[in-house]
Ligand binder design. Structure first.
Ligand code: PLP
Length: 418
Protein backbone atom coordinates (compact mmCIF):
# COMPACT_ATOMS: atom_id res chain seq x y z
CA UNK A 1 0.00 0.00 0.00
CA UNK A 2 1.36 3.43 -0.87
CA UNK A 3 2.27 5.91 1.85
CA UNK A 4 3.40 5.21 5.36
CA UNK A 5 1.76 2.77 7.67
CA UNK A 6 0.22 4.85 10.45
CA UNK A 7 1.41 3.15 13.60
CA UNK A 8 -0.92 3.86 16.49
CA UNK A 9 -0.52 0.78 18.63
CA UNK A 10 0.72 1.62 22.14
CA UNK A 11 4.12 0.09 21.40
CA UNK A 12 6.12 -0.45 19.39
CA UNK A 13 6.00 3.26 18.65
CA UNK A 14 7.44 5.27 15.77
CA UNK A 15 11.21 5.36 15.72
CA UNK A 16 12.54 8.78 14.61
CA UNK A 17 14.72 8.69 11.50
CA UNK A 18 17.75 9.91 13.40
CA UNK A 19 17.44 6.99 15.81
CA UNK A 20 17.05 4.58 12.90
CA UNK A 21 20.23 6.04 11.39
CA UNK A 22 22.06 5.78 14.70
CA UNK A 23 21.25 2.06 14.80
CA UNK A 24 22.55 1.52 11.28
CA UNK A 25 26.05 0.57 12.38
CA UNK A 26 28.59 -2.07 11.53
CA UNK A 27 29.03 -4.65 14.27
CA UNK A 28 31.99 -4.19 16.55
CA UNK A 29 33.76 -5.95 19.37
CA UNK A 30 31.77 -5.56 22.58
CA UNK A 31 34.94 -6.39 24.54
CA UNK A 32 37.07 -3.70 22.90
CA UNK A 33 38.70 -0.94 24.90
CA UNK A 34 36.36 1.53 23.17
CA UNK A 35 33.10 -0.15 24.15
CA UNK A 36 32.75 1.34 27.66
CA UNK A 37 32.60 4.81 26.07
CA UNK A 38 29.20 3.81 24.70
CA UNK A 39 27.78 1.70 27.52
CA UNK A 40 28.83 3.54 30.68
CA UNK A 41 27.25 6.96 29.87
CA UNK A 42 24.07 5.30 28.59
CA UNK A 43 23.66 3.48 31.91
CA UNK A 44 24.24 6.75 33.77
CA UNK A 45 21.90 8.83 31.59
CA UNK A 46 19.09 6.28 31.79
CA UNK A 47 18.76 7.13 35.47
CA UNK A 48 17.49 10.61 34.52
CA UNK A 49 14.53 9.04 32.73
CA UNK A 50 13.62 7.17 35.92
CA UNK A 51 14.36 10.28 38.03
CA UNK A 52 16.73 8.43 40.28
CA UNK A 53 20.15 9.34 41.54
CA UNK A 54 20.43 6.56 44.12
CA UNK A 55 19.18 3.70 41.93
CA UNK A 56 21.11 1.56 39.48
CA UNK A 57 19.83 0.98 35.93
CA UNK A 58 20.32 -2.37 34.22
CA UNK A 59 19.74 -3.13 30.54
CA UNK A 60 18.91 -6.70 29.51
CA UNK A 61 18.65 -7.88 25.91
CA UNK A 62 15.00 -8.74 26.51
CA UNK A 63 11.69 -6.90 26.68
CA UNK A 64 9.55 -5.51 29.47
CA UNK A 65 8.60 -9.08 30.41
CA UNK A 66 12.26 -9.87 31.05
CA UNK A 67 12.59 -6.80 33.25
CA UNK A 68 9.57 -8.00 35.28
CA UNK A 69 11.32 -11.32 35.80
CA UNK A 70 14.63 -9.68 36.70
CA UNK A 71 12.91 -7.62 39.41
CA UNK A 72 11.21 -10.61 41.00
CA UNK A 73 13.99 -13.17 40.72
CA UNK A 74 16.78 -11.00 42.15
CA UNK A 75 14.92 -9.87 45.24
CA UNK A 76 12.53 -12.67 46.31
CA UNK A 77 12.57 -16.34 47.34
CA UNK A 78 10.22 -19.23 46.53
CA UNK A 79 7.04 -19.03 48.61
CA UNK A 80 7.41 -15.33 49.40
CA UNK A 81 4.12 -13.43 49.52
CA UNK A 82 3.56 -10.54 47.16
CA UNK A 83 0.57 -8.23 46.85
CA UNK A 84 -0.72 -7.18 43.43
CA UNK A 85 -3.83 -5.71 41.85
CA UNK A 86 -5.19 -7.15 38.61
CA UNK A 87 -7.11 -4.70 36.47
CA UNK A 88 -6.00 -5.41 32.93
CA UNK A 89 -3.99 -7.77 30.77
CA UNK A 90 -0.55 -6.57 31.81
CA UNK A 91 -1.16 -6.53 35.55
CA UNK A 92 -2.59 -10.03 35.02
CA UNK A 93 0.50 -11.25 33.17
CA UNK A 94 2.87 -9.99 35.85
CA UNK A 95 0.82 -11.80 38.51
CA UNK A 96 0.85 -14.94 36.36
CA UNK A 97 4.62 -14.72 36.11
CA UNK A 98 5.01 -14.29 39.87
CA UNK A 99 2.83 -17.37 40.46
CA UNK A 100 4.74 -19.41 37.90
CA UNK A 101 8.00 -18.43 39.58
CA UNK A 102 6.68 -19.93 42.84
CA UNK A 103 5.62 -16.78 44.68
CA UNK A 104 2.36 -16.61 46.64
CA UNK A 105 0.38 -13.74 45.20
CA UNK A 106 -2.39 -11.98 47.12
CA UNK A 107 -4.45 -10.76 44.17
CA UNK A 108 -6.68 -7.70 44.45
CA UNK A 109 -9.08 -8.25 41.56
CA UNK A 110 -10.40 -4.94 40.32
CA UNK A 111 -12.78 -3.90 37.53
CA UNK A 112 -10.97 -3.39 34.24
CA UNK A 113 -11.16 0.35 33.58
CA UNK A 114 -10.48 1.27 37.20
CA UNK A 115 -7.10 2.21 38.61
CA UNK A 116 -5.07 0.25 41.13
CA UNK A 117 -7.13 0.19 44.38
CA UNK A 118 -4.88 2.06 46.79
CA UNK A 119 -7.27 1.67 49.77
CA UNK A 120 -7.44 -2.11 49.32
CA UNK A 121 -3.67 -2.30 49.05
CA UNK A 122 -3.48 -0.28 52.27
CA UNK A 123 -5.96 -2.56 54.07
CA UNK A 124 -4.01 -5.66 53.03
CA UNK A 125 -0.74 -4.10 54.16
CA UNK A 126 -2.22 -3.00 57.48
CA UNK A 127 -3.56 -6.53 58.08
CA UNK A 128 -0.14 -8.05 57.45
CA UNK A 129 1.24 -7.43 60.93
CA UNK A 130 3.94 -10.09 60.52
CA UNK A 131 5.24 -8.41 57.38
CA UNK A 132 4.97 -11.58 55.34
CA UNK A 133 4.32 -9.55 52.19
CA UNK A 134 7.73 -9.01 50.70
CA UNK A 135 6.81 -6.97 47.65
CA UNK A 136 3.98 -4.89 46.25
CA UNK A 137 3.52 -5.09 42.46
CA UNK A 138 1.99 -2.00 40.91
CA UNK A 139 1.20 -1.35 37.26
CA UNK A 140 1.62 2.39 36.75
CA UNK A 141 0.01 2.50 33.31
CA UNK A 142 -2.23 -0.44 32.40
CA UNK A 143 -1.81 -0.37 28.64
CA UNK A 144 -4.73 -2.73 28.06
CA UNK A 145 -7.31 -0.34 29.50
CA UNK A 146 -5.59 3.05 29.20
CA UNK A 147 -5.51 3.54 32.96
CA UNK A 148 -2.81 5.34 34.94
CA UNK A 149 -2.59 4.70 38.68
CA UNK A 150 -1.20 6.72 41.53
CA UNK A 151 2.32 5.59 42.43
CA UNK A 152 2.70 8.33 45.07
CA UNK A 153 -0.53 6.94 46.60
CA UNK A 154 0.81 3.40 46.94
CA UNK A 155 4.03 4.74 48.46
CA UNK A 156 1.91 6.64 51.00
CA UNK A 157 -0.05 3.45 51.78
CA UNK A 158 3.23 1.63 52.47
CA UNK A 159 4.51 4.50 54.62
CA UNK A 160 1.25 4.94 56.54
CA UNK A 161 1.19 1.25 57.43
CA UNK A 162 4.95 1.29 58.11
CA UNK A 163 5.22 -1.71 55.86
CA UNK A 164 8.72 -2.63 54.68
CA UNK A 165 7.69 -4.47 51.47
CA UNK A 166 9.49 -3.58 48.27
CA UNK A 167 7.58 -1.40 45.83
CA UNK A 168 7.91 -2.77 42.30
CA UNK A 169 6.40 -0.66 39.55
CA UNK A 170 5.67 -1.61 35.96
CA UNK A 171 6.39 1.56 34.02
CA UNK A 172 6.60 -0.07 30.60
CA UNK A 173 4.10 2.32 29.02
CA UNK A 174 4.72 5.28 31.32
CA UNK A 175 8.41 5.81 31.95
CA UNK A 176 9.69 8.51 29.60
CA UNK A 177 6.13 9.59 28.65
CA UNK A 178 4.18 10.06 31.90
CA UNK A 179 5.65 11.64 35.02
CA UNK A 180 7.59 9.00 36.94
CA UNK A 181 9.71 9.76 40.03
CA UNK A 182 11.59 6.74 41.26
CA UNK A 183 13.43 8.34 44.18
CA UNK A 184 10.66 10.66 45.32
CA UNK A 185 8.08 7.86 45.28
CA UNK A 186 10.40 5.33 46.88
CA UNK A 187 10.15 2.83 44.03
CA UNK A 188 12.46 -0.15 44.54
CA UNK A 189 12.30 -1.80 41.12
CA UNK A 190 11.09 0.25 38.14
CA UNK A 191 10.54 -1.71 34.96
CA UNK A 192 10.40 -0.56 31.37
CA UNK A 193 11.10 -1.65 27.80
CA UNK A 194 12.65 0.02 24.78
CA UNK A 195 9.68 0.08 22.39
CA UNK A 196 7.40 2.69 23.93
CA UNK A 197 8.49 6.08 25.29
CA UNK A 198 12.08 5.37 24.31
CA UNK A 199 11.00 5.09 20.64
CA UNK A 200 13.21 2.09 19.88
CA UNK A 201 12.44 -1.36 18.54
CA UNK A 202 11.58 -3.93 21.21
CA UNK A 203 14.65 -5.74 22.48
CA UNK A 204 15.72 -4.08 25.72
CA UNK A 205 14.27 -4.88 29.12
CA UNK A 206 15.31 -2.09 31.46
CA UNK A 207 15.06 -2.04 35.23
CA UNK A 208 16.19 0.54 37.77
CA UNK A 209 16.90 -0.86 41.21
CA UNK A 210 16.98 0.98 44.55
CA UNK A 211 19.71 0.31 47.12
CA UNK A 212 17.05 -1.38 49.31
CA UNK A 213 16.14 -3.85 46.54
CA UNK A 214 19.80 -4.37 45.63
CA UNK A 215 20.57 -5.31 49.23
CA UNK A 216 18.18 -8.29 48.97
CA UNK A 217 20.13 -9.84 46.10
CA UNK A 218 22.28 -12.09 48.32
CA UNK A 219 19.37 -13.52 50.31
CA UNK A 220 16.94 -13.88 47.37
CA UNK A 221 16.67 -17.56 46.43
CA UNK A 222 14.61 -17.55 43.23
CA UNK A 223 16.72 -19.01 40.42
CA UNK A 224 18.13 -16.56 37.90
CA UNK A 225 20.87 -16.82 35.35
CA UNK A 226 20.26 -14.60 32.30
CA UNK A 227 18.66 -11.92 34.50
CA UNK A 228 21.20 -12.03 37.32
CA UNK A 229 21.78 -8.55 38.75
CA UNK A 230 25.10 -9.66 40.24
CA UNK A 231 26.61 -10.67 36.89
CA UNK A 232 25.24 -7.52 35.29
CA UNK A 233 26.51 -5.25 38.05
CA UNK A 234 29.99 -6.72 37.94
CA UNK A 235 30.30 -6.39 34.16
CA UNK A 236 28.65 -2.94 34.04
CA UNK A 237 31.10 -1.63 36.64
CA UNK A 238 33.79 -1.66 33.96
CA UNK A 239 31.45 -0.60 31.14
CA UNK A 240 30.76 -4.07 29.73
CA UNK A 241 27.98 -6.67 29.70
CA UNK A 242 28.13 -10.27 30.96
CA UNK A 243 27.07 -11.52 27.51
CA UNK A 244 26.75 -10.13 23.99
CA UNK A 245 24.67 -6.96 24.05
CA UNK A 246 22.67 -5.69 21.09
CA UNK A 247 24.95 -3.02 19.66
CA UNK A 248 22.38 -1.38 17.38
CA UNK A 249 19.94 -1.07 20.25
CA UNK A 250 22.58 0.46 22.50
CA UNK A 251 23.47 3.00 19.82
CA UNK A 252 19.77 3.60 19.35
CA UNK A 253 19.30 4.08 23.08
CA UNK A 254 22.13 6.61 23.14
CA UNK A 255 20.37 8.58 20.40
CA UNK A 256 16.96 8.19 22.00
CA UNK A 257 18.21 9.62 25.30
CA UNK A 258 19.76 12.54 23.39
CA UNK A 259 16.46 13.15 21.55
CA UNK A 260 14.58 13.22 24.87
CA UNK A 261 17.14 15.46 26.60
CA UNK A 262 17.16 17.88 23.67
CA UNK A 263 13.39 18.32 23.87
CA UNK A 264 13.62 18.25 27.67
CA UNK A 265 12.01 15.43 29.66
CA UNK A 266 9.42 17.75 31.18
CA UNK A 267 8.48 19.05 27.71
CA UNK A 268 8.14 15.46 26.50
CA UNK A 269 5.75 14.71 29.36
CA UNK A 270 3.75 17.90 28.66
CA UNK A 271 3.54 17.03 24.96
CA UNK A 272 2.15 13.59 25.80
CA UNK A 273 -0.49 15.16 28.01
CA UNK A 274 -1.50 17.63 25.31
CA UNK A 275 -1.72 14.95 22.63
CA UNK A 276 -3.76 12.75 24.96
CA UNK A 277 -6.16 15.59 25.76
CA UNK A 278 -6.78 16.19 22.07
CA UNK A 279 -7.46 12.50 21.56
CA UNK A 280 -9.89 12.53 24.46
CA UNK A 281 -11.63 15.55 22.93
CA UNK A 282 -12.12 13.46 19.78
CA UNK A 283 -13.55 10.53 21.74
CA UNK A 284 -15.99 12.87 23.49
CA UNK A 285 -17.07 14.38 20.18
CA UNK A 286 -17.72 10.90 18.82
CA UNK A 287 -20.03 10.35 21.79
CA UNK A 288 -17.98 7.35 22.89
CA UNK A 289 -16.59 6.34 26.27
CA UNK A 290 -13.08 5.56 27.33
CA UNK A 291 -12.50 2.29 29.14
CA UNK A 292 -10.91 4.35 31.95
CA UNK A 293 -13.81 5.06 34.29
CA UNK A 294 -12.66 8.34 35.82
CA UNK A 295 -10.60 11.29 34.58
CA UNK A 296 -8.04 10.77 37.36
CA UNK A 297 -7.15 7.47 35.67
CA UNK A 298 -6.95 8.76 32.08
CA UNK A 299 -3.71 7.69 30.49
CA UNK A 300 -1.55 10.14 28.58
CA UNK A 301 0.00 7.35 26.49
CA UNK A 302 -2.96 5.27 25.37
CA UNK A 303 -6.70 5.78 24.98
CA UNK A 304 -8.81 2.62 25.08
CA UNK A 305 -12.06 3.48 23.32
CA UNK A 306 -15.23 1.45 23.90
CA UNK A 307 -17.29 0.87 20.77
CA UNK A 308 -21.11 0.97 20.94
CA UNK A 309 -23.07 -2.23 21.60
CA UNK A 310 -23.54 -4.25 18.43
CA UNK A 311 -20.23 -3.10 16.92
CA UNK A 312 -17.21 -5.37 16.86
CA UNK A 313 -14.07 -3.38 17.67
CA UNK A 314 -11.96 -6.09 16.01
CA UNK A 315 -13.71 -5.21 12.75
CA UNK A 316 -12.87 -1.53 13.21
CA UNK A 317 -9.23 -2.48 13.71
CA UNK A 318 -9.25 -4.79 10.70
CA UNK A 319 -10.82 -2.19 8.40
CA UNK A 320 -8.40 0.48 9.64
CA UNK A 321 -5.46 -1.76 8.85
CA UNK A 322 -6.53 -3.21 5.54
CA UNK A 323 -8.32 -0.24 4.04
CA UNK A 324 -6.49 2.75 5.50
CA UNK A 325 -3.03 1.41 6.41
CA UNK A 326 -3.60 2.40 10.03
CA UNK A 327 -2.57 0.16 12.93
CA UNK A 328 -4.80 0.54 16.00
CA UNK A 329 -4.35 -1.40 19.23
CA UNK A 330 -6.64 -4.34 19.90
CA UNK A 331 -8.81 -5.03 22.92
CA UNK A 332 -7.09 -7.74 24.94
CA UNK A 333 -8.64 -10.74 26.69
CA UNK A 334 -12.06 -9.78 28.12
CA UNK A 335 -11.88 -6.47 26.21
CA UNK A 336 -11.43 -8.16 22.81
CA UNK A 337 -14.06 -6.82 20.40
CA UNK A 338 -15.25 -4.23 22.92
CA UNK A 339 -12.60 -1.58 22.49
CA UNK A 340 -9.78 -0.42 20.29
CA UNK A 341 -6.77 1.55 21.45
CA UNK A 342 -5.02 4.59 20.08
CA UNK A 343 -1.45 4.73 21.31
CA UNK A 344 -0.32 8.34 21.55
CA UNK A 345 3.20 8.04 22.80
CA UNK A 346 6.71 8.43 21.55
CA UNK A 347 7.70 10.39 18.48
CA UNK A 348 4.38 12.04 17.72
CA UNK A 349 2.86 15.45 17.01
CA UNK A 350 -0.59 16.89 16.41
CA UNK A 351 -0.76 16.35 12.65
CA UNK A 352 0.39 12.76 12.89
CA UNK A 353 -2.23 12.08 15.53
CA UNK A 354 -4.92 13.79 13.44
CA UNK A 355 -4.16 11.20 10.78
CA UNK A 356 -4.73 8.41 13.29
CA UNK A 357 -7.93 9.96 14.59
CA UNK A 358 -9.22 10.50 11.03
CA UNK A 359 -8.45 6.89 10.12
CA UNK A 360 -10.16 5.60 13.25
CA UNK A 361 -13.16 7.76 12.40
CA UNK A 362 -13.37 6.37 8.86
CA UNK A 363 -12.95 2.77 10.00
CA UNK A 364 -15.60 3.16 12.69
CA UNK A 365 -18.06 4.60 10.20
CA UNK A 366 -17.31 1.75 7.79
CA UNK A 367 -17.96 -0.72 10.61
CA UNK A 368 -21.36 0.85 11.29
CA UNK A 369 -20.69 3.28 14.14
CA UNK A 370 -22.99 6.28 13.78
CA UNK A 371 -20.67 9.27 13.69
CA UNK A 372 -20.55 12.65 11.99
CA UNK A 373 -17.64 12.74 9.56
CA UNK A 374 -14.86 14.92 10.91
CA UNK A 375 -16.37 15.27 14.38
CA UNK A 376 -13.42 13.73 16.25
CA UNK A 377 -10.85 15.37 14.00
CA UNK A 378 -12.53 18.74 14.47
CA UNK A 379 -12.64 18.45 18.26
CA UNK A 380 -8.98 17.46 18.46
CA UNK A 381 -8.06 20.33 16.12
CA UNK A 382 -9.97 22.79 18.25
CA UNK A 383 -8.30 21.58 21.42
CA UNK A 384 -4.82 21.77 19.94
CA UNK A 385 -5.39 25.12 18.24
CA UNK A 386 -6.74 26.68 21.42
CA UNK A 387 -3.81 25.45 23.49
CA UNK A 388 -1.03 25.95 20.93
CA UNK A 389 2.19 27.68 21.93
CA UNK A 390 2.24 31.26 20.56
CA UNK A 391 4.55 31.48 17.55
CA UNK A 392 6.44 34.40 19.08
CA UNK A 393 7.65 32.18 21.90
CA UNK A 394 9.11 29.62 19.54
CA UNK A 395 12.71 29.78 18.50
CA UNK A 396 11.85 29.63 14.81
CA UNK A 397 13.06 32.20 12.26
CA UNK A 398 10.27 34.09 10.42
CA UNK A 399 9.45 32.85 6.95
CA UNK A 400 11.58 34.04 4.04
CA UNK A 401 10.11 37.24 2.42
CA UNK A 402 9.31 35.51 -0.88
CA UNK A 403 7.29 32.88 0.99
CA UNK A 404 5.13 35.41 2.79
CA UNK A 405 1.62 36.39 1.70
CA UNK A 406 1.45 38.80 -1.28
CA UNK A 407 1.06 42.11 0.59
CA UNK A 408 3.90 41.49 2.99
CA UNK A 409 6.02 40.17 0.15
CA UNK A 410 5.46 43.25 -2.01
CA UNK A 411 6.32 45.52 0.87
CA UNK A 412 9.49 43.58 1.53
CA UNK A 413 10.65 43.46 -2.10
CA UNK A 414 9.66 47.05 -2.90
CA UNK A 415 11.45 48.11 0.25
CA UNK A 416 14.50 46.16 -0.80
CA UNK A 417 14.48 47.70 -4.35
CA UNK A 418 14.58 51.18 -2.88
N1 PLP B 1 3.71 -4.09 31.02
C1 PLP B 1 2.99 -3.23 30.29
C2 PLP B 1 2.23 -2.16 30.99
C3 PLP B 1 2.96 -3.35 28.91
O1 PLP B 1 2.24 -2.48 28.18
C4 PLP B 1 3.69 -4.37 28.29
C5 PLP B 1 3.66 -4.53 26.82
O2 PLP B 1 2.95 -3.90 26.12
C6 PLP B 1 4.43 -5.24 29.09
C7 PLP B 1 4.42 -5.06 30.44
C8 PLP B 1 5.19 -6.36 28.50
O3 PLP B 1 6.28 -5.83 27.84
P1 PLP B 1 6.99 -6.56 26.62
O4 PLP B 1 5.95 -6.82 25.60
O5 PLP B 1 8.03 -5.56 26.22
O6 PLP B 1 7.59 -7.81 27.17
Amino acid sequence: MAGRNFLFVPGPTNTPDRILRAMHVAMEDHRSSDFPKLAAPVLQDLKKIFKTTTGQAYIFPASGTGAWEASLSNTLSPGDRVLAARFGMFSHLWIDMAQRLGLRVDVLDTEWGEGAPIERYQEALAADKAHEIKAVLFTHNETATGVTSDVAGIRKALNDTRHPALLMVDGVSSIGSIDFRMDEWGVDCAVTGSQKGLMLPAGLGIVAVSPKAAALYDSARLPRVFFDFGDMKQANATGYFPYTPSLPLLYGLRESLDVIFEEGLENVLARHHRLAEGTRAAVKAWGLELCARQPKWYSDTVSAIMVPAGINAAEVIDIAYRRYNLALGAGLARMAGRLFRIGHLGDLNECMLLGGIAGAEMAMRDAGVKLTAGSGVGAAEEYWRSTATPLESRELPPRAPDAQPAAAKEKATVGAAR
